[in-house]
Design a protein. Structure first.
Length: 354
């Protein structure tokens, strides 16, 4: 089986060819990240100055998975142009497009003709360093029709519990549980292995949720649905506060390095061709993109600055995210603000978006 081949390759260190396909679901519009995603695709928001999709591709490549399918819906031409065929990243990328949003399960069904007998599936907004070799071996050991990776959340009420028995099989899903109902903290981590049998259970051409419809149906139909409990780093970057956390977690080494250049010991990272005046004050953690200009007397604290941003003399930025091509005018102050691309600030701004 493909999983055994993967295990052997990892043990021997041999170079892997196609072992198992992966499907990444990146069809969403990224509405929870607006205004950052008005002009920028969700899969391309920068994490420590690297496109987010690169982290997911690098994780798959680390475990020998180099045949990757991207399920796309929103701005498909822009996604294809931005990501390409994968050669740049040492993988092979193919695409399957939804004519209209089909939901998480519908997107999987829409890609059925491209899938293997067993396929690794990831939501397109999950940053994780999960050990995929352990997930794959667990799936095989349980002879599962599908396996769901689980993450132990401090507060599972915003997600929904996944309950399992001593045999590792999932018995129940509990959406947005009340405090009295929380008997476990394990939530769906958005990383799955689907067999052909599991994909066959999804109706074609319909908007279907894998979380709310497909998985409960599998339990009802007595399919083998396994729970893989992972203690590795996991974060849904789809909200602004989590997006900020992801950047700083990567910068400060809380997430296992996939590239070798993400961590900055000083807590400050600046992209190429960025100019920072010697009299500017940068207080970590701070991430600054490419081709930015930080003028004399500027102060930046706990913020993320995208590419081509001009921060003029005496300007102050605190606890903010500044999109590409923005201008922070001289002596202006920006606090607790998320600025969309091309914004211009000339005065004091607090707790707003622009």
């Amino acid at each position: 089986m493909a999983l055994k081949i993967l295990t052997n390759i990892l043990k021997t260190g041999l170079k892997a060819e196609v072992i198992m396909k992966a499907l990444i679901l990146i069809g969403g519009e990224g509405t929870r990240l607006r205004p950052l995603t008005i002009n920028t695709l969700k899969c391309m928001v920068p994490i420590a100055n690297r496109h987010f999709f690169e982290y997911q591709i690098a994780l798959l490549k680390k475990y020998g998975i180099k045949d990757i399918i991207l399920s796309i819906c929103y701005m498909p031409a822009r996604v294809k142009k931005a990501v390409g065929d994968g050669k740049k990243y040492g993988v092979r990328i193919s695409y399957v497009a939804e004519k209209a949003p089909l939901g998480t399960a519908g997107a999987i069904k829409n890609a059925q003709n491209l899938l293997d007998k067993e396929t690794l599936i990831m939501n397109g907004d999950i940053l994780t360093d999960i050990k995929l070799d352990e997930l794959l071996k667990y799936h095989e050991s349980k002879n599962a029709d599908a396996t769901i990776a689980l993450h132990e959340a401090a507060d599972p009420s915003a997600y929904g519990l996944v309950l399992s028995g001593r045999d590792g099989m999932i018995t129940r899903f509990l959406e947005k549980p009340k405090e009295s109902e929380i008997t476990s903290k394990w939530i769906n981590a958005g990383v799955y292995i689907f067999s052909k049998k599991a994909v066959d259970m999804i109706p074609a051409g319909m908007n279907v949720s894998v979380e709310r419809q497909t998985f409960p149906l599998m339990i009802e139909k007595k399919a083998r649905l396994a729970a893989f409990k992972s203690s590795r780093y996991w974060l849904d970057i789809g909200k602004i506060d989590k997006y900020i956390q992801a950047n700083f977690d990567v910068l400060q080494g809380r997430f296992e390095s996939l590239f070798g250049d993400e961590i900055a010991d000083t807590g400050v990272k600046a992209g190429s061709l960025t100019r920072i005046d010697t009299d500017a004050v940068i207080s970590s953690p701070v991430i600054i993109g490419k081709k930015c200009l930080i003028a004399k007397g500027a102060r930046i604290e706990r913020s993320i600055i995208w590419d081509n941003v001009s921060i003029e003399e005496g300007a102050r930025i605190t606890n903010s995210v500044i999109g590409s091509n923005c201008t922070i005018g001289a002596n202006s102050t920006v606090i607790n603000t998320v600025a969309g691309d091309g914004s211009v600030f000339t005065r004091f701004t607090r707790s707003g978006t622009k």
